[in-house]
Design a protein around this ligand. Structure first.
Ligand SMILES: Nc1ncnc2c1ncn2[C@@H]1O[C@H](COP(=O)(O)OP(=O)(O)OP(=O)(O)O)[C@@H](O)[C@H]1O
Ligand SMILES: [Mg+2]
Length: 160
């Protein structure tokens, strides 16, 4: 049986931590959809189109990974695309509470979908998109934490 997974998130923008997780998931599942939520309530810095475009470029070398944008319920997206696994990341204990709540809610909404958690390599455990955005807006250096393509976009923001 082929295992198809989705990795949902806001990816505003995609970081080396996200990338680490996608690569791990790509080794575990036959197909991985990186599903980028439009998430207007989070007021993303990058548009959905930009976030999708950056993730596609950063993950272009992975043949079993596809990037798609979506709005609406994550479990509905999973059902529509026949994805039986939702991958999420745990950086630290602080992620656990929210992720545990989300996984339980997802199970109540869609019993057939399993959530699995992956952890990144230690050097990525402190990276979050929100910190990257903050560093970039304040004129700091982000090249250690994101792909060069993303870094270039972040630099434009500062100038813009
Ligand atoms: N550095 C990282 N290592 C492992 N998992 C991560 C990392 N960054 C994010 N994740 C996980 O990826 C999923 C999607 O995260 P999301 O798009 O919210 O990124 P984020 O970095 O948490 O962004 P934000 O700071 O805007 O919330 C979540 O399960 C989150 O825990
Ligand atoms: Mg987050």
């Amino acid at each position: 049986m082929k295992r198809h997974a989705m990795y949902p998130g806001t990816f505003d923008p995609i970081t080396n931590g996200h990338q680490d997780l996608v690569r791990r998931a790509a080794g575990l599942f036959d197909r991985v959809i990186v599903a980028i939520a439009s998430n207007p309530n989070k007021a993303p810095l990058f548009s959905l189109e930009q976030r999708v475009d950056l993730a596609r470029k950063v993950l272009a070398d992975l043949p079993n990974v596809e990037v798609m944008g979506y709005s609406g319920l994550t479990v509905e997206f999973a059902r529509k695309h026949d994805l039986s696994v939702v991958v999420r990341g745990l950086r630290a204990v602080s992620d656990f509470e929210f992720e545990f709540q989300l996984a339980n809610m997802s199970r109540h909404l869609a019993r057939e979908i399993e959530t699995v958690f992956l952890t990144p390599q230690e050097q990525f455990t402190f990276i979050s998109s929100s910190l990257i955005r903050e560093i970039a807006v304040l004129g700091g250096e982000t090249k250690e934490f994101v792909h060069p393509i993303v870094e270039a976009e972040l630099k434009k923001l500062k100038r813009g």
